[in-house]
Design a protein around this ligand. Sequence first.
Ligand code: EPZ
Length: 423
Amino acid sequence: MDFLRIKETPKLQGSVKISGAKNSALPILTATLLSKNPLHIYNLPNVADVNTLLKLLEILGASFERVGENHIHIETLGVRETKATYDIVRKMRASILVLGPLLARFGYCEVSLPGGCAIGARPVDLHIKAMEKMGAEVRIENGYIVAKAPKGLQGAKIIFDKITVTGTENVLMAAALAKGKTTIINAAKEPEVVQLCEILLSAGVQINGIGTSELEIIGSEGELLDMQDIRVIADRIEAGTYLCAGAITNSSITLHSVIPQHLQAITDKLEEIGFGFEVGEDSLTLLPAKKLQAFEIITAEYPAFPTDMQAQFMALAMVCEGVSSIEERLFENRFMHVSELQRLGANITLRGHIANVSGGAEIKGADVMATDLRASSALVLAGLIAKGETNIHRIYHLDRGYENLESKLRGLGVSVERLREEV
Ligand code: EPZ
């Protein structure tokens, strides 16, 4: 296995180009199962999760050509398989996103239960209940979701007890081919959900309420869709992570190919800490702070502060004056990075789902272990300010969601190398 060696880098400079959003690319790829025609997808991030899902789609019978590093041409008319097996789903739990499209298109599918991951149990009960509400018969057999809707799915009123991003996306895709109207109450409003709505709209699906928590979809009654070419939106979490790299070293850096309004909760929090911004059409320049103030965060659904940025801000809190408080409200176990940051010297106390971070402790390089995608990015940020060298192990977590990480960090002046563990 590889590990990353990062040397203390007190100041960053330069710019970084943000890639397409992993969490938009994933539902976009499964939505191609609804298409009657092949299509181009541009700005597709070349990261492990996207490539794993492409492999699953190929196993189901899809075919695609990689035209460029971030550009594919995909055709799913040849799909005949309807089983998403455990060996793939366990590697990438977002494979659950084939449930809606496969069920809507074929009236039958078997999808391995994703199981939990480091950050929590990650149940999919709301996805299953929604499919049943739309007329599917669903049972769990040997760890698989076995779903049947031989007469097709029926539009229904779906009220989500909890806001679920992939749950909303699964229902959107199922509703697109269902008979009649589906209303989703308490829908997720993340930019990635909005892009999926826009893609379905441009494919001829009638959708009202895009960007709100109440969506209304009129299904095509089983007709496959005329999907148009797609350009994946910029990754707001990757962008937020690089902003934190600039912030933790109190540097001025520029991000290109971003959508500033998707980053509002993140840039507002950084302004509260003491940073400024120059905002362009699709760029953001971070301006250094005179003093870094401690802050408070409570994670919540979009447009509030994103849980996917919680670990990165915990690293940043190590250099803010005073005690910062970070409350994680979405996942039950998203503090795996705390013990690793403490190994580097961070002064963090945990009370249930609240972490208090006292800034100013001396941070010294050490061997640390990545546990999940965003926790690993927090360790990279800590490595920038840790004295000496920091070795981050199990970086396959990072490779799931950060494209060309080393070269992007080097472009900002970071001394980083990817090495092989001695066996
Ligand atoms: C999406 O996960 C993202 N993944 C996650 O990003 C992100 O952290 C999360 O949304 C929250 O923003 C993708 O989009 C591929 P949820 P998702 O369903 O859809 C509970 C990353 O780092 N819940 O919105 O799986 C659930 O346990 C990843 O890129 C149920 O109880 O999250 C959680 O507490 C990590 N039953 C809450 O809802 C269900 O059926 C929100 O989960 C579904 C969810």
